[in-house]
Design a protein. Structure first.
Length: 211
């Protein structure tokens, strides 16, 4: 039973990622049109509560990325399923929040979301979808899943930080700072470049290295 704990944490990370991203979107929506169910009472309070949950969900999910790996090693519970699910959970966490940022920026701007934000986000998401498909195909019975490279781990760490920045900036009242937005966009492009570079590295691996 204990050996199932790391995989359970990984699945919970996916649940937190999706529910946290949804909470972020819903909190923005409620803060704009105030159309909340009557039983929730004050719209601003409901929106702030969901926003707080979205931040907490991201932090807990990101922290569990280290925890499930540590427990898997400590309990000698490494498995092909865990090796497949863990990077997928990381991608869901980053991609879900980034896509919500795009939706919010699109609704919050009269001209729509900037291509300088949309292009790198789409590059990151499409790369992650592609690599996930490669992992699923390479995860043959009796073989280990495609291993995560050191450069990909660095990319994931940077992606976590880039995704977390808006969640930190807005509660601190820094969401409207031009210098912070420009810095975040630069970091977003860097993340996209690293994502494409590491993705190309996976694709170039020999078939026997993907077993």
């Amino acid at each position: 039973m204990l050996k199932a704990v790391p995989n359970i944490l990984t699945v919970l990370r996916i649940v937190l990622a999706l529910s946290g991203a949804w909470a972020l979107w819903q909190s923005y929506f409620w803060s704009v049109d105030y159309n909340v169910p009557l039983w929730l009472g004050d719209a601003s309070v409901a929106a702030r509560t969901l926003a707080a949950y979205s931040v907490a969900a991201f932090i807990i999910a990101a922290a569990s990325d280290w925890l499930d790996g540590y427990l898997a090693r400590r309990l000698s519970a490494q498995s092909a399923l865990g090796a497949l699910l863990d990077p997928i959970a990381d991608k869901v966490l980053v991609d879900a929040y980034l896509l919500v940022y795009v939706l919010i920026l699109n609704l919050g701007s009269e001209t729509g979301v900037s291509v300088y934000i949309l292009v790198p986000v789409l590059a990151i998401v499409l790369r992650d979808v592609g690599i996930t498909l490669v992992r699923m195909v390479s995860n043959k019975p009796g073989h280990e899943a495609l291993p995560v490279s050191a450069s990909a781990k660095l990319k994931t760490l940077i992606a976590f930080l880039v995704t977390a920045l808006p969640l930190i900036a807005f509660p601190l009242g820094l969401g409207g700072a031009d210098w912070l937005l420009l810095g975040w966009m630069a970091a977003l492009w860097l993340t996209a470049a690293l994502s494409l570079a590491t993705g190309l590295g996976y694709v170039r691996r020999k078939p026997d290295q993907q077993a």
